[in-house]
Write a protein of this length. Sequence first.
Length: 73
Amino acid sequence: MIVALIGIDAGTTVIKSVAFSLEGEELYTSSVDNAVDSPEPGWAEQAMLTTWEKTAQTLRVQCGRQTRRTPLR
């Protein structure tokens, strides 16, 4: 088992998580599209619960990938 750090970028259109080794090597990456609603011209809205659920989805993918290689801790 290795120790890893996970960075999360919850952007406007894509949510991405990346697992890194303590040496800075990229181990795993997962991303999912994020929805933006425009109820009026020039407006942009996002549902934070949906953003959180999609962030959790990227982390579940990370956990699924790590079981096929060296497990993360």
